[in-house]
Design a protein around this ligand. Sequence first.
Ligand SMILES: [Zn+2]
Length: 179
Amino acid sequence: MLPPGHIAAGYLTAEVLLKITSPNFSAVEYQHLLLWGMFFGFAPDLDMFYAFFKEKAFIVKDLKNHNHRKYYSHAPILWLATGVSVYFLAVSTYVKFIGLMLWLGSWTHFLLDSIEYGIMWLWPLSSKVYALKDPELVLPIYETRFIPYWWQSVKQYAKFYSFYLEVLIIITALIIYYK
Ligand SMILES: [Zn+2]
């Protein structure tokens, strides 16, 4: 899934959590927690920049060695442990909720990454990635120039279930936001 879908899913996760728990926050805190949800919905993909750094380019040619979903930063257990630690160590309810956003926003990300390609759900026990469809899928992109590379990636991605789900998630998020 691409950043807009992950950000929208993080937003929806935050809205659902805040609606279910209905904590006593000011309007500003509520807005900030939505932003934290959006950030943590996307945050695991910041490890892409490490892959770019390794590739010395803003594309990834060597997906076998520079696949960011195989980095520890895409291991769900680490995000769960961090989120739960923040929750229990925090004194204020607001910071406790940032901990919850960290856990739930990132886990929404990992669930969506588990439709195609997959996530190392059992790391550190195993580095195997689990997906509903096509685990360890690698898109055949032979372009090395930046714009053609990303254009081809998006064109190929548009053939997958994740793409349609991503569009649906973005539309749902926009409807709820403007409602
Ligand atoms: Zn990801």
